[in-house]
Design a protein around this ligand. Structure first.
Ligand code: C5J
Length: 237
């Protein structure tokens, strides 16, 4: 049987632990990804984020086949903005702020079309959706409780944007003791320089925040994990 090891991960091979690995999909929301949406209105090239959707669709399928926990996050706020710090609200372009009307509803407001996840990556039954008011997925959310309840110690981290919500989440997770593998072609930035540096910063200094590998290495390890789970189930029955 193949071992569920991502041999080419940097800075060192990363072995998926059966029953302890989750996939986290960060903020793959229409407001950030769709042409005409909030992200594009800020002058960003959304094609750079959209190129993540294909590889992430494949990774999500592999994670579902392996039966691992899948967690999706959405950055956003209550309609009355009570959970949006004034300093966050005041930031950015004054004509396009959180809560203002946008092409896909009020920008980054829960329940609006733009706040939800793009169709290709829509959560399915049994997957966890975490609404977060901050950049990190642990701040002011139930994520830690969910992961502890499921005995998760390793996170495959994907989503957008690499240097903002992905990085913040990986740093929060690393401080909480999780081993994070960032899947390089499943994270995206509006800024190519930040994408490269953001990934380098994860694996530098012996993996100061975690590991980095792409889907060509991670998907076979998930397939091996699926095989392992299937054979454990056969032996138990
Ligand atoms: C940003 C995010 N970039 N999901 N949010 O504001 O990274």
């Amino acid at each position: 049987m193949n071992t569920p090891t991502v041999s080419s991960a940097r800075p060192s091979p990363f072995t998926l632990t059966p029953g302890a690995t989750a996939l986290i999909v960060i903020d793959m929301q229409r407001d950030f990804l769709l042409p005409g949406g909030f992200g594009e209105s800020l002058g960003n090239d959304v094609a750079l984020l959209q190129q993540v959707v294909g590889p992430l669709t494949d990774l999500l399928a592999a994670a579902r086949a392996a039966g691992i926990l899948v967690v999706h996050t959405r950055e956003g706020h209550e309609p009355d903005l009570s959970d949006c710090p004034p300093a966050k609200l005041a930031r950015g372009n004054p004509s396009q702020r959180i809560g203002d009307p946008g092409a896909f509803g009020r920008i980054l407001i829960r329940g609006e079309y733009g706040h939800d996840i793009v169709d290709e990556l829509a959560p399915i039954d049994g997957e966890v959706v975490i609404d977060k008011p901050g950049k990190g997925a642990f701040y002011a959310t139930s994520l830690q409780d969910v992961l502890v309840a499921e005995d998760i110690t390793q996170l495959l981290v994907t989503g957008v944007t690499t240097e903002v919500c992905v990085h913040t989440t990986v740093r929060e997770a690393n401080d909480r003791g999780y081993e994070c593998l960032v899947v390089s072609d499943c994270v995206g930035s509006y800024f190519p320089d930040f994408q490269k540096i953001g990934l380098d910063m994860i694996s530098a200094q012996g993996g100061i925040f975690g590991w980095v590998a792409d889907t060509s290495a991670v998907i076979p390890a998930l397939a091996a994990l699926a095989e392992f789970s299937a054979s454990s189930t056969r032996q138990a029955s």
